[in-house]
Design a protein around this ligand. Structure first.
Ligand code: 13P
Length: 287
C-alpha cells in the first residue's frame, strides 16, 4: 500500500540520512526502482512530473500500475507516489487519482500568492492523509520545458512557507535540474544552513540530484536534507545501456528485437544507479 512521505522523511531527518525520489517514466522504470528498494530494504519515493504523468496515460493509470506492482511484486518497504513540481490544478488531479504525496511548486508566484495557494493545498492534502512539499526559490535548469535559474531561496520566505504546515520543503541552494555546467559554483551550504536554522526539524529537499558530487550530498544531509531527487541520472544510464545493446548488434541476433530483451540492459542500469544512490544517501536498511 502506498504511504505518505511525511513519516519516512521525519525518520530520515532524525536519523541523518536521505530518502531518494526517483522519477518514473514507464513500467521498466517503476519496476526497477521498486525492486531495488525492496532488495536494499530502503524506503523510496516515486516521482511523477506532469509530463511523465501525461506520457504514461494519466495519473490514474500511474496509480493503477504502481498499486498493482506493490501487490504482485510483494513490495513491503514504504513507497510514496509523489507529484513532482505540480501546478495548482494538477495537485488536485493527483489527490483525486490516489497519489500519496504531492509537490506544489509555487516558487514562480509572488510570495503572497505562493502562501495562499500552499495554505489551501496543505489542507486539501492533509484531509486525505497525503503529504505535501512546497518550494521556495526556483530550481534551475530545464524540466518539462520549464526553465528555472538556480536561485538561492530567501530563508525568511522558507520559514513563512514552512509555517503553513507543509511536510517537507524544497529550498533552492544553487542546485539545478539536469547535468551541471562545468562552471557551476556548487551548492550554497550557507543558504542551506540558514534555512535549516529557521525551519528546525522540517525535512528539506534537494532537487537536481544528478551530478552533485558525493561529498556535497553528504554535507547537505548533515545540514537537514532528507529527500534527494534524481531523474536525469537514471535516464542517462538507461540510454547508454540501450545504445550499447544496439551498437553491439544484439537486437539483430536471435530474438534480440523482443522489447523485453531490448529494454533489459537499460532496466539493469537503472537498478544499478538507484542502488548507488540509496547507498550514498544512507537509506539502505531503513525501511
Ligand atoms: P535531476 O534530473 O537533475 O536528477 O533532477 C531531478 C529532480 O529534481 C526532480 O524534481
Amino acid at each position: 500500500m502506498l504511504v505518505s512521505a511525511a513519516e519516512m522523511l521525519k525518520k530520515a531527518k532524525a536519523g541523518h540520512y536521505a530518502v531518494g525520489q526517483f522519477n518514473i517514466n514507464n513500467l521498466e522504470w517503476t519496476k526497477a526502482i521498486l525492486q531495488t528498494a525492496q532488495e536494499l530494504n530502503s524506503p523510496v519515493i516515486l516521482g511523477v512530473s506532469e509530463g511523465a504523468g501525461k506520457y504514461m496515460g494519466g495519473y490514474k493509470t500511474v496509480v493503477g500500475m504502481v498499486n498493482g506492482m506493490l501487490e504482485e511484486l510483494g513490495i513491503t518497504v514504504p513507497v510514496a507516489l509523489h507529484l513532482d513540481h505540480g501546478t495548482y490544478d494538477h495537485c488536485y488531479k493527483c489527490l483525486e487519482a490516489g497519489f500519496s504525496s504531492i509537490m506544489f511548486d509555487g516558487s514562480h508566484y509572488p510570495i503572497e500568492e505562493n502562501v495562499a495557494k500552499t495554505t489551501e493545498l496543505v489542507k486539501a492534502a492533509h484531509e486525505k492523509g497525503v503529504s505535501i512539499e512546497a518550494e521556495v526559490g526556483a530550481i534551475g535548469g530545464e524540466e518539462d520545458g520549464v526553465i528555472g535559474m538556480g536561485e538561492c531561496a530567501d530563508p525568511e520566505e522558507c520559514k513563512k512557507i514552512a509555517d503553513l504546515g507543509v511536510d517537507f520543503l524544497a529550498a533552492g541552494i544553487g542546485n539545478i535540474h539536469g547535468k551541471y555546467p562545468a562552471n557551476w559554483k556548487g551548492l550554497s551550504f550557507e543558504t542551506l544552513d540558514a534555512v535549516q536554522k529557521l525551519t528546525g526539524d522540517l525535512p528539506l529537499v534537494l532537487h537536481g540530484g544528478t551530478g552533485i558530487p558525493a561529498d556535497m550530498i553528504k554535507k547537505a544531509i548533515t545540514l537537514g536534507v532528507a529527500k534527494i531527487n534524481v531523474n536525469t541520472e537514471c535516464q542517462l544510464a538507461f540510454t547508454a545501456a540501450t545504445r550499447a545493446y544496439i551498437e553491439a548488434g544484439k537486437d539483430q541476433q536471435g530474438k534480440g528485437y523482443d522489447p523485453r530483451k531490448l529494454l533489459a540492459p537499460g532496466f539493469e542500469a537503472i537498478k544499478a544507479t538507484v542502488k548507488e544512490k540509496m547507498e550514498l544517501f544512507g537509506s539502505v536498511d531503513k525501511a
